[in-house]
Design a protein around this ligand. Structure first.
Ligand code: GLU
Length: 488
């Protein structure tokens, strides 16, 4: 980027007619990444002109979704509906400079002509009859207050642009009819509002879904007619489900908020979304937000539809659990542990360092935050839940198990400090003394069941450390009682 290149300004322009869809979030992310990568601004415009379908709840859901993902906008939110006066003034500028004309044809007349054309096997295109009205008749109609729309007069030739994703795209103008820009009630048509707003917001790059490609030639003509600089365009590929069809509710959760509630981390969601339509190259997949910004390059944007695979999202979440800080993880998981009835927020606040260590142990074995909550149970519950299969397998020979656990208890209880090196040395000595030689597993497995109730857990010294001396010894005592009283 050289000094004459303006600072990039991009926008995400959702219509608030539903929740924040993953496709919308992906579009927002690419706009945001481009702005961050090239030192620009990322703006948010709520396209609330369709009053019947736009709701405040949807607008709120869009804000919440973007905030959860950390895709924050740089300036005040623009509400398109508030710009109708300016949009109208821009439309009239085109009437004045000769790029647009008044059309008095009623919707009913247009519908009849369309039907007649279709019945004759032709495709309908507005025949410009109002552009040919003689000036006296035009003045008469205007003076009589006859309702009219404003139509844009499509020039001859072709309209082309260099798309950052699809490269050169050209539309023959003859395929585009003189389209309406202002309705009879003075409200702007979508393409008019978007162009008028994008000019005012000084947008330099319009990045959006490729379902908008057919709008782009019309929008370029409007920029030119208004004497404004045409921005760059990038049309992102659609997102499909595993069946190759456009992603929809049929494919399961498609709202960003759903994934938040399924225990997905925002960083993982962003990373997953980034790979829908962008290949960073060098087989790179797992990226932090900072890495994504550094690596983002529009040259890596893909043309072909991207596939939304929830299994991959879970995998990605596992990767991110392993790399995020324990501190961040603790902030996210504490409310979930409280809801699961495993602890209180106060207790976790008092034991922050302990929780961080616990999460360090658990996160490497988890795919979602919900997995961590399940795995955290043995360390938070005061009474253990014993897995019957693990007991049956690891405590099979009860007298022998009791002998092992008794020896382990004695060795551990006499340790001067509760550290992993000393524990390991003590347990190896026990193994030698019991004639188990190098088979430390014969000690670790029954001990694991005694300490956690489960057959799988983090490493045994980690488990002993996290439980602490008192709780570890108490759990071994309980196991010894269980082994002594049961006779099976
Ligand atoms: N409001 C349009 C949509 O939600 C976006 C238009 C644009 O980005 O130009 O599809």
């Amino acid at each position: 980027m050289n000094e004459t290149t303006p600072t990039p300004r991009l926008r995400f322009a959702p219509s608030p007619t539903g929740y924040l869809h993953v496709g919308g979030a992906r579009t927002a992310l690419f706009n945001w990444l481009y702005a961050k990568r090239f030192g620009g601004q990322f703006l948010l415009r709520i396209e609330d002109t369709d009053k019947a379908r736009s709701t405040e709840d949807s607008t709120r859901a869009i804000f919440e979704g973007l905030r959860w993902l950390g895709l924050l906008w740089d300036e005040e939110v623009v509400y398109q509906g508030a710009n109708a006066d300016r949009n109208r003034a821009d439309s009239y500028r085109m009437l004045e400079n000769g790029s647009a004309y008044r059309c008095f044809c009623t919707p009913q007349e247009l519908a009849e002509r369309r039907q007649a054309a279709e019945a004759a096997g032709d495709s309908f295109k507005y025949d410009r009859r109002c552009d040919r009205l003689d000036p006296a008749e035009l003045s008469r109609r205007v003076a009589a207050g006859m309702p009219f729309t404003l139509r844009f007069r499509v020039p001859e030739g072709t309209t082309s642009w260099h798309d950052l994703v699809h490269e050169n795209i050209t539309f023959p103008n003859k395929d585009i009819e003189d389209f309406i820009i202002l309705r009879t009630d003075g409200t702007p048509i979508y393409n008019m509002a978007v162009v008028s707003d994008d000019i005012t917001m000084a947008i330099t790059l319009v990045m959006r879904g490729d379902d908008h490609i057919s709008n782009t030639p019309k929008q370029i003509m409007l920029y030119e007619a208004l004497g404004a600089k045409v921005p760059q365009f990038a049309h992102l590929p659609m997102i499909h489900g595993l069946d190759g069809k456009k992603l929809s509710k049929r494919h399961g959760a498609s709202a960003v908020g759903d994934y938040q509630h399924l225990g997905i981390l925002p960083g993982a969601m962003l990373n997953f979304l980034a790979l829908l339509g962008w290949a960073p190259g060098n087989d790179i997949e797992v990226m932090s937000m900072g890495q994504m910004i550094d690596l983002f390059d529009p040259a890596g944007l893909q043309k072909k539809a991207a596939i939304f695979d929830t299994k991959k999202l879970e995998w990605m979440n596992g990767q991110h659990l392993a790399i995020i800080s324990s501190h961040e993880l603790a902030a996210r998981i504490t409310p979930m542990l409280v809801v699961a009835g495993l602890t209180t927020a106060d207790a976790m606040a008092r034991n922050g360092a302990w929780l961080d260590s616990l999460l360090d142990l658990l996160k490497v074995r988890a795919r979602t935050l919900d997995d961590i909550v399940v795995q955290a149970r043995p360390y938070l519950l005061s009474e253990l839940e014993y897995d019957v299969d693990a007991m049956g397998k690891q405590w099979k020979d009860r007298p022998a198990t009791a002998a092992i656990l008794r020896a382990v208890r004695d060795a551990l209880s006499s340790l001067p400090t509760w550290g992993p090196d000393l524990m390991e040395e003590a347990l190896r000595t026990v193994a030698e003394e019991l004639g188990l030689g190098g088979k430390a597993g014969k000690i670790f497995q029954p001990l694991r069941v005694a300490l956690t109730g489960l057959g799988v857990s983090p490493g045994i010294f980690d488990v002993l450390s996290i439980l602490g001396r008192e709780r570890s010894l108490a759990r071994i005592d309980i196991a010894l009682q269980m082994l002594a009283t049961s006779n099976s």
